[in-house]
Design a protein around this ligand. Structure first.
Ligand SMILES: *Cc1c(COP(=O)(O)O)cnc(C)c1O
Length: 370
């Protein structure tokens, strides 16, 4: 090659590390030749998808020659009724990942910075770095605290200056599963400068028992952006659909950078149907509650320390380098998530599965440690 295209990439992109996804089942099959694989690596819904959503997808197959509705009218209408906000406040995304990237593209540049916590969702540093902005990372709370490895809101607030344009907060947080006190969170939001967006990522909201309806905060705080997804509790990770709720002006800016057809037709139909399938959501939460108990007590019985989680996964301290355990689990057909790239080389993040899957994981761990 005559040119080094990496050197020609923008400085921000040159410094990027690609996102590391959970290992796909088919890849483990190919590489290790094992079968009966279970994947507890990507916080996917072990129940599958809402039957109503699947039916809607089949119903949409006849119109794939047409572009999707670029404005997602029907889905926005359903979301606006569900959340009691105007449709103008909604931005749809190809997963909420898309919305997070749009926010960074619209408000961050090399003279700006974004503030987030250590042990946060890997997309925040990637989206920040990709546009050449500075990442200001607040140290997380210590392991021996009430909210182990969770967001230290005070430390985050101290990093905000006049060039901060976005503060990312995930609640519940991934990969820690920690959940903030709602009064403290609101007071944190209330103290953020008006010219700085506060992005509240609620990808796991449906699993948390928090009673505060954060959408009510949108009227009070014009710089608040709430992001949600259909990937987790709604069981539609493969469809790629998420959204942001914000004041209409923020939504209008996002609309300028958004690809016109960023959410495909089947995803629009599936999400709308899933939103109305309260039965599937209730079952999802019930399965998660029971599985959480099962995994937490099973892991503790193995002498492993876990962090209390408000999500559909458990961050587990393996007490030593976690990669050998991860590899040994792969050989036993169980995929979990190593989190060394999150700065947690001794931990594994384990998604809560169906009872039999949780058993398979616990039995595999028991055999590995025996
Ligand atoms: C899974 C996840 C998302 C959602 O990703 P999608 O792009 O909507 O699939 C967003 N934030 C956090 C913290 C997550 O863990």
């Amino acid at each position: 090659m005559a040119c080094d295209f990496l050197q020609l990439a923008t400085p921000g992109v040159q410094g990027l590390h690609p996102y590391l996804p959970g290992k796909p089942i088919a890849e483990l099959e190919r590489e290790y030749g094992v079968s009966n694989i279970i994947k507890l690596a990507s916080n996917e819904n072990p129940l599958g998808s809402s039957p109503a959503a699947l039916k809607a997808i089949v119903g949409g197959l006849g119109e794939l020659n047409l572009y999707p509705d670029a404005n997602g009218f029907d889905l926005k209408l359903a979301l606006s009724q569900c959340h009691g906000v105007q449709a103008e406040c909604i931005t749809l995304g190809n997963g909420s990942n898309d919305v997070l990237v749009l926010l960074a593209e619209a408000w961050l540049s090399p003279v700006h910075n974004a503030v987030f916590s250590e042990y946060c969702f890997a997309v925040y540093p990637i989206a920040t770095q990709a546009v050449g902005a500075e990442a200001r990372i607040a140290p997380a709370l210590p392991a021996a605290s009430e909210m182990p490895l969770g967001h230290d809101l005070q430390a985050m607030a101290e990093l905000i200056d006049s060039n901060t344009r976005i503060v990312f907060v995930a609640n519940p947080n991934n990969p820690t599963g920690t959940c903030l006190d709602m009064l403290e969170l609101e007071s944190f939001i209330g103290n953020i400068p008006e010219n700085c967006l506060i992005v509240l990522d609620e990808a796991y909201l449906e699993y948390s028992e928090a009673e505060t309806d954060t959408t009510r905060w949108l009227e009070k705080y014009s710089n608040l952006v709430i992001t949600r997804t259909f990937s987790k509790a709604f069981g539609l990770a493969g469809m790629r659909v998420g959204y942001a709720l914000s004041n209409p002006q923020i939504a209008a800016v996002l609309n300028r950078v958004r690809q016109p057809f960023n959410v495909n037709s089947l995803a629009l139909l599936a999400a709308e149907a899933a939103l109305g399938d309260t039965e599937f959501l209730a079952e999802t939460k019930a399965v998660n509650r029971v599985g959480m108990q099962q995994l937490q007590s099973g892991l503790q019985a193995l002498g492993l320390q876990t962090i209390p989680s408000a999500g559909n996964f458990i961050l587990t301290d393996m007490g030593a380098a976690a990669m050998p355990v991860y590899e040994a689990l792969l050989r036993r057909s169980v995929i979990v998530r190593p989190v060394g790239n999150y700065g947690l080389p001794n931990h594994l993040r384990i998604t809560i599965g169906m009872q039999a899957q949780n058993d398979q994981l616990l039995n595999a761990l028991q055999a590995i440690y025996a």
